[in-house]
Design a protein around this ligand. Structure first.
Ligand code: ANZ
Length: 809
C-alpha cells in the first residue's frame, strides 16, 4: 500500500466537502440544535497558531456532536472594523477596506486548509454595510429607549491612537490596545447606559461561565453597598460615600478629590497657593501614578467640615488618592480602620480614633502601628458601642442616622456608562445629524445604512477623519429639511462583536438584525475563546442581549449558555509568541510540512486545552508518526511477526473502553486525553492485527469504530479511510458508535499472589471468583507452586480484586 501522504488527500477532501455542501447548516434538518461558536478573528492578515489552537478543538467537538445526532451550527466571520486596519492602511498607503477584504479572503482560505466544519455560507464581516446598518439601527433604538445619550465631561484619551477610550479599554491607566498612558480630556461624547443593567449583569444564573470570568466581571461592575453621609461645610452640605457607616464616629478629617467642584470655594486665601499647585500637579499625573501605593500626598484647604454626630470640626483636605469619578468624589477619612486614610493621617499628623475593635483585643491607643479593617465590634461611639462592626450593623446604624437626616443607604457601582463614540475612521458612522434648529436627530431608519465614505484622509489628527469630508458631512435635517451636518464620530468597534452571534442565524436577512423565525437557534450553546475577552466583549454582549430582550427581539437573558476559555500557545521558550522575540510558529509552514490533520492532532495533544503551554517543535513528530501508523493499520497487509495472544474480548475491551473514554473526554472538553486514548487504541489494534482476531467480525467492528472515532479529530485521514473501506457517504455524517458497556469493562482482574507475605506470582481470575476458585488458580501458578512445595499451609487469605496470601510453615 502507499504510504500516508496528507498532501495527497487533504486538498481533495476539502474541495469535495465544499462542493457537496457537507457543512452547510440546515435548521430544518433533524436533530436537536446545537449552536457552537468560537470568537471570530480580527482580519489581521494571517491565521496564527493561536487561531488554530482556539478553533481546532471546538471544531472537533462540534463534529463529535454532529455525529451524535445534533444539528450543529458552527459559523465563522470577521471582526473587521478597528484601528489596526486604519494604521496598516496609513502605513501602506492603501484604503482600510481594501486591506481588510484582502486579508479576509486570505484567512478564509487558511481556515479552509484547517479542515473545519465551518458553514462558510453564513460568513460576514462586520465592516459590511449590511452588517453595520444594524449597529446603526440598534443605536437609534437605544437612543429612543433612553439608553444612548450624549454628555460632556472628563473622558479617557489615548494620545497615540488619538481617540477617546471606554473605561474598559483602560488597563492600569494605559490604552488597552497600544499601551500608551491614558490622558483625560473634557469632551462631549455618546454613551450607552450599560449601568442600567449593572445589577442584572451580576446575575450569572442563566449562563455557565468559568469562575474566573464571573469574578472579573463582578469585580469590574464593582457593586458596593453602604451609605451616603452628609457633612456640613462652609459652602453647604457635602455628601460622602462610605461602605463603613459603622465607623462614622472614627472620622477625623475629610478628603476631596483635587478635581472636586467645591475645592476652590473651600480653599482659604492662606492655602490657595498650595492648593492650586497641588491641583495642577495632580492633573499632570496619569491615573496609574495616582493609584500607586506609596507616600500619600495632599494639602489642607484651610476649611473645616462639621461631624454630623459630635459637631466636632474636621479639617478638609484634598488628595489624589480620592478619585473624582467614584462615589461623590469625597470621603470621610477613618484612619483607624482604612489603610489609605491611615497612611495619610500618619504622613500629615492627623488624629487617629479607634471605633472598631477585634474581639478580645486591647485598645489600639493614640499612636497605632497599623489600622484595623476587620469587622470586630463598635467602641467609642456612645449609643452604638458593643454592636458588631461591618455588614452586620450597617442597616441598623443607617436607619438611626437616616431618622436624623444624616445618612441614607446607598449602593455604588464601579461600572460606568459605555463611552461609545470614537474619533477614528474605520468603524460604523454614528447615525445622527446635527441641525442648528433641532439639535441631534437620528437618521430616519429607511435611510440606513449611513455608509462610510471611501476616500477620506484618515491620518489621525485627534479630529474625526469624517469631519474633513465636506461632501459626506453635508445633509439635511430629518425634522425641518434644512441644512444639517452628519455626526462625524464612529462607534467603538466593540459594538460589532456585541451581537454578531445573532447575525449568523440569517446573514442575508434585510428586515432586521436577524430573522425572528430563527430565534429557536438561540442561545449559543457553547462559546469558546480567550480569557482576554472576559470583561470587554463578554460584558458588552451580555448587555446587548438584555437590551434586545427588553426590545422584544429575543426571549433569552444571555447570549451564551456556556462559555469556555482556551489557554495560550506560547513560544518554545515559554514566552508569548511575537515577531520581536522571533519565536513565532507559522501554521502554514506546519501544514505544508506535516499536513493539517497532524497539526490538528498535535494542537489538541500539546496541553490541556484550557491551560495551553509552550510550543514543542519536536513534539509534532509524535502525532505525525501516529497518523502514519493509523494509515498502515488500515491499509498495510497483515505484517508477519510473532503471533499476539489476544482474544475477541481483549480487542473489544480495548475498543469500547477507549470509545467510552473519548466520549466522556469530548463531553468535558479534555482534548489532550482524547488524542492519547486514540494513540493507545492504535497500539492495541496494531497488536490485534497479529492476533487470531485479525480478519474476524470483531476485527471489522474494531476498525469501523476506530474510523469513526478518528473523524472529529483528524477529519481528512478519517474520510479517506472511510472511502477506501468502501463506505457510503461521508464519515462526518456517520453515527458516533455506541459503547457496548459490557465489553468496555473487563470481567477479569490480575492480582498478586503472596506466599507468607511475599509476592511470588500473579493470576488472572474473574472479578467474581470465589475463594476456592481464586486459591485454586493461585496454587496452579508455577511460580507460586515452587514456594508451596514441601510446606504446610497454615492460613489462606483472599481479598477479592486485590490480593491472595498463602501463609506457610
Ligand atoms: C469610610 C471608611 C472607613 C471606608 C473604613 C472604608 C473603610 P469600595 O469598597 O471600593 O466601594 N471611597 C469612597 N469614595 C472614594 C473615592 N472617590 N476615591 C477613593 N476612595 C473612596 O470603597 C468604598 C470606600 O472607599 C468608602 O468607604 C470610602 O472609604 C472610600 F474603615 O468610608 B470608606
Amino acid at each position: 500500500a502507499e504510504r500516508y501522504n496528507p498532501h495527497a488527500i487533504e486538498q481533495k477532501w476539502q474541495t469535495q466537502w465544499q462542493e457537496s455542501g457537507l457543512y452547510k447548516f440546515d435548521e430544518n434538518a433533524p436533530g436537536e440544535k446545537f449552536y457552537a461558536l468560537t470568537m471570530f478573528p480580527y482580519p489581521s492578515g494571517n491565521l496564527h497558531i493561536g487561531h488554530w489552537y482556539a478553533n481546532v478543538a471546538p471544531d472537533a467537538r462540534a463534529r463529535w456532536l454532529r455525529m451524535r445526532g445534533y444539528n450543529v451550527l458552527f459559523p465563522m466571520g470577521f471582526d473587521s472594523f478597528g484601528l489596526p486596519a486604519e494604521n496598516a492602511a496609513i502605513k501602506h498607503g492603501i484604503n482600510p477596506a481594501d486591506w481588510t477584504y484582502k486579508n479576509i479572503e486570505h484567512m478564509t482560505g487558511q481556515f479552509q486548509r484547517m479542515g473545519t466544519m465551518i458553514d462558510w455560507s453564513r460568513q460576514f464581516a462586520t465592516s459590511d454595510p449590511e452588517y453595520y446598518r444594524w449597529n446603526q439601527w440598534f443605536f437609534i433604538q437605544m437612543y429612543k429607549r433612553g439608553l444612548a445619550y450624549k454628555k460632556g465631561g472628563l473622558v479617557n484619551w489615548c494620545p497615540k491612537d488619538q481617540t477617546v477610550l471606554a473605561n474598559e479599554q483602560v488597563v492600569n491607566g494605559h490604552c488597552e490596545r497600544c499601551g500608551s498612558p491614558v490622558e483625560r480630556r473634557n469632551l462631549s461624547q455618546w454613551y450607552l447606559k450599560i449601568t442600567d443593567y449593572a445589577d442584572e449583569l451580576l446575575d450569572f444564573s442563566h449562563t455557565d461561565m468559568p469562575e474566573k470570568v464571573r469574578a472579573m466581571q463582578t469585580n469590574w461592575i464593582g457593586k458596593s453597598v453602604g451609605a451616603e453621609v452628609t457633612f456640613d461645610t462652609p459652602v453647604g452640605g457635602e455628601t460622602v460615600f462610605t461602605t463603613r457607616p459603622d465607623t462614622l464616629m472614627g472620622a477625623t478629617f475629610m478628603v476631596l478629590a483635587p478635581e472636586h467642584a467645591k475645592v476652590a470655594a473651600l480653599t482659604t486665601d492662606e492655602q490657595r497657593g498650595a492648593v492650586e499647585a497641588y491641583v495642577e500637579a495632580a492633573g499632570r499625573k496619569t491615573d496609574v501614578e495616582r493609584q500607586q501605593e506609596g507616600e500619600k500626598t495632599g494639602v489642607w484647604t484651610g476649611s473645616y467640615a462639621t461631624h454630623p454626630v459630635t459637631g466636632e470640626p474636621l479639617p478638609i483636605w484634598i488628595a489624589d488618592y480620592v478619585l473624582v469619578t467614584y462615589g461623590t468624589g469625597s470621603i470621610m477619612a477613618v484612619p483607624a480602620h482604612d489603610e489609605r486614610d491611615f497612611a495619610f493621617a500618619k504622613a500629615f499628623g492627623l488624629p487617629i480614633k479607634e471605633v472598631i475593635r477585634p474581639e478580645g483585643a486591647e485598645g489600639m491607643g493614640e499612636n497605632p502601628e497599623a489600622p484595623y479593617s476587620g469587622e470586630g465590634h463598635i467602641v467609642n461611639s456612645s449609643e452604638f458601642d458593643g454592636m458588631p462592626g461591618g455588614k452586620a450593623s450597617i442597616t441598623a446604624i443607617v436607619a438611626k442616622l437616616e431618622g436624623r437626616g444624616i445618612a441614607r443607604a446607598k449602593t455604588t457601582y464601579r461600572l460606568r456608562d459605555w463611552l461609545f463614540a470614537r474619533q477614528r475612521y474605520w468603524g460604523t458612522p454614528i447615525p445622527f445629524v446635527h441641525c442648528p434648529e433641532h439639535g441631534a436627530q437620528p437618521v430616519p431608519e429607511d435611510q440606513l445604512p449611513v455608509k462610510l465614505p471611501k476616500d477620506v484622509e484618515f491620518t489621525p489628527t485627534g479630529q474625526s477623519p469624517l469631519k474633513l469630508d465636506a461632501e459626506w458631512k453635508a445633509t439635511t435635517c430629518p425634522v425641518c429639511g434644512g441644512p444639517a451636518e452628519r455626526d462625524t464620530d464612529t462607534m467603538d468597534t466593540f459594538v460589532d462583536s456585541s451581537w454578531y452571534m445573532y447575525r449568523y442565524l440569517s446573514p442575508d436577512y434585510h428586515e432586521g438584525p436577524f430573522d425572528p423565525s430563527k430565534a429557536g437557534l438561540l442561545p449559543v450553546d457553547l462559546y469558546t475563546g480567550g480569557i482576554e475577552h472576559a470583561i470587554l466583549h463578554l460584558l458588552y454582549s451580555r448587555f446587548w442581549t438584555k437590551v434586545m430582550r427588553d426590545m422584544g427581539l429575543t426571549t433569552q437573558h444571555e447570549p451564551f449558555a456556556q462559555l469556555r476559555n482556551q489557554g495560550m500557545i506560547l513560544g518554545e521558550d515559554g514566552e508569548k509568541m511575537s515577531k520581536s522575540r522571533g519565536n513565532v510558529v507559522d501554521p502554514d509552514d506546519l501544514v505544508s510540512e506535516y499536513g493539517a490533520d497532524t497539526v490538528r492532532a498535535f494542537l489538541m495533544f500539546i496541553a490541556p486545552w484550557e491551560i495551553g503551554g509552550p510550543w514543542d517543535s519536536q513534539g509534532i513528530n509524535g502525532p505525525s508518526k501516529w497518523l502514519a501508523r493509523v494509515w498502515n493499520l488500515f491499509f498495510e497487509e497483515k505484517v508477519s511477526g510473532p503471533e499476539e495472544k489476544m482474544t475477541d474480548a481483549d480487542v473489544r475491551f480495548a475498543v469500547h473502553s477507549a470509545l467510552k473514554k473519548v466520549g466522556d473526554d469530548f463531553e468535558r472538553m479534555s482534548f489532550n486525553t482524547i488524542i492519547s486514548t486514540l494513540m493507545e487504541l492504535t497500539n492495541a489494534l496494531v497488536k490485534a492485527k497479529r492476533s487470531p482476531v485479525y480478519g474476524t467480525p470483531v476485527w471489522d467492528e474494531a476498525l469501523d469504530i476506530f474510523n469513526r472515532m478518528l473523524a472529529p479529530v483528524v477529519p481528512h485521514i478519517a474520510e479517506e479511510i472511510w472511502s477506501e473501506r468502501g463506505k457510503e457517504g461521508s464519515v462526518h455524517t456517520a453515527q458516533w458508535p455506541a459503547v457496548d458497556e459490557a465489553a468496555a469493562v473487563r470481567d477479569t482482574v490480575t492480582i498478586g499472589v503472596q506466599v507468607s507475605g511475599k509476592v511470588r506470582g500473579e493470576v488472572s481470575i474473574s472479578k467474581t471468583a470465589t475463594q476456592e476458585e481464586a486459591l485454586g488458580a493461585a496454587r496452579d501458578n508455577a511460580e507460586v507452586a515452587k514456594y508451596l512445595e514441601g510446606k504446610t499451609v497454615v492460613k489462606e487469605i483472599y481479598v477479592p480484586g486485590r490480593i491472595i496470601n498463602i501463609v506457610v510453615k
